[in-house]
Design a protein around this ligand. Structure first.
Ligand code: AMP
Length: 396
């Protein structure tokens, strides 16, 4: 893998694509995790003696020019605090001012360009825009894993202008090496825990993992499509009627390959989709009409934990219940705690996807697991076996 680790960038002007897509409320950053995660790469380049030009997007502006709510100005200020040095900032990404600020940037200095998505060419993967960005520096580093599944101007197209001077930043390298491990060299027994609302969004991941894992534990709303496909009664639980045949195929495929596929034995159900609803535990195969499965039940938690406790590697993606509602979050939190213990006992544990990562953060467990991915969609596509444009652009 071509990373920045073993190269010295003294005297270079390095363009770094970061993922500074942080939550901003009324001009204030509410969670600066993504900025902190970019620091190792930026600090390495600065300590080598490079001039560093940072590029990112924030949110989804319309692509027709400046929109104050999507400005990266708060990021420039926060990054300056974290680096302990001023970060220059351009209020535009496509003017003579940007070009001259970039040209005049000295070794050890940092410049952040304004939100690239103010220009339509960014998301369109426009070659002229990529070429303009490329003209600002003489080395390209991609450290934006969260957008690596997009073939945008700054995440993929730009790389062709740096055939011999393109690298992965530390964050990207960390994500890729962990994902490669999950796909090709995880120690056995290897268990995947897959939850979330719909089986349709995880079909390709399930198919790809069927050759790799020893056990698959399914929770969340998607479990009920499998249960119904097996002839169970799911009451009013979430079901994708048009995916029943596909669920049968997946069950048969796992069976043929000898992979253990466990559905929750019991479910904590509600009589309406509400945190304050009445709650009752039913066997998942026998949920009465008028009730819907909202979380995995106590027997399911115990059975899942027993499998996890004997696993050497665990991949977890997706909550096991309606985790946003406190009364239905316990199953997800228990599995998070169990992964913490697996890690303590020397196992390898990987977590990805917004809700499972939020659960891990809520438990204060992020540092107690082996790998917490920063990219939801990008991680899923990698696990599906797809080649991400942002990764391929550096490896080509
Ligand atoms: P995903 O984005 O596919 O990982 O799905 C996450 C969503 O699945 C969260 O918003 C959860 O509330 C939802 N979810 C999990 N379990 C259930 C369930 N049993 N019924 C309905 N939605 C669920």
């Amino acid at each position: 893998m071509k990373t920045i680790k073993n190269t010295n960038f003294k005297g270079k002007k390095v363009l770094v694509r970061c993922d500074f897509n942080v939550p901003v409320k009324e001009g204030r950053i509410t969670d600066d995790t993504r900025i902190r995660e970019s620091l190792p790469t930026i600090e390495k380049l600065l300590s080598d003696g490079a001039a560093v030009i940072l590029m990112s997007h924030l949110g989804r502006p319309s692509g027709t020019g400046f929109e104050a709510e999507f400005s990266l100005a708060p990021v420039a200020a926060r990054l300056g605090e974290l680096l302990g040095k001023p970060v220059r900032f351009t209020n535009d990404v496509f003017t003579e001012v940007t070009v001259s600020l970039s040209r005049d940037l000295q070794a050890g200095e940092v410049l952040l360009l304004e939100n690239l998505r103010f220009i339509k060419g960014e998301t369109k993967g426009d070659e002229a825009f990529a070429s303009y960005l490329a003209s600002l520096g003489n080395v390209y580093v991609n450290d934006a894993f969260g957008t690596a599944h997009r073939a945008h101007a700054s995440t993929a197209i730009i790389a062709k202008f740096f055939p011999d001077d393109k690298y992965f930043g530390f964050l990207m390298a960390h994500e890729i090496s962990n994902l490669e491990k999950l796909l090709h060299s995880a120690e056995h027994p290897y268990t995947a825990v897959i939850g979330g609302s719909k089986v349709s969004s995880k079909i390709d991941v399930l198919k790809n993992l069927s050759d790799k894992v020893d056990a698959l534990l399914v929770g969340g709303g998607m479990a009920f499509t499998f249960v119904k496909a097996m002839g169970g009664k799911v009451g009013n639980s979430l079901v994708e009627e048009d995916k029943l045949d596909l669920a049968k195929e997946i069950l048969a495929d796992f069976g043929k390959k000898g992979v253990k596929l466990l559905l929750p034995k019991d479910s904590l159900c509600a009589n309406r989709f509400d945190n304050e609803a009445e709650r009752k535990v039913f066997p998942t195969m026998e949920i009465p009409d008028g009730w819907m499965g909202m979380d995995i039940g106590p027997e399911a938690v115990a059975e899942f934990e027993a499998v996890l406790n004997t696993s050497r590697s665990v991949l977890w993606n997706g909550p096991l219940g309606v985790f946003e509602m406190p009364n239905f979050s316990e199953g997800t939190l228990q599995i998070g705690r169990c992964l913490g213990k697996v890690t303590e006992n020397g196992g390898y544990t990987a977590v990805g996807g917004g809700d499972s990562v939020a659960a891990v953060n809520r438990l204060g467990l992020a540092k107690g697991l082996s790998y917490v991915s920063t990219g939801g969609g990008a991680m899923l596509e990698y696990l599906e076996g797809k080649t991400l444009p942002g990764v391929a652009a550096i490896e080509d």
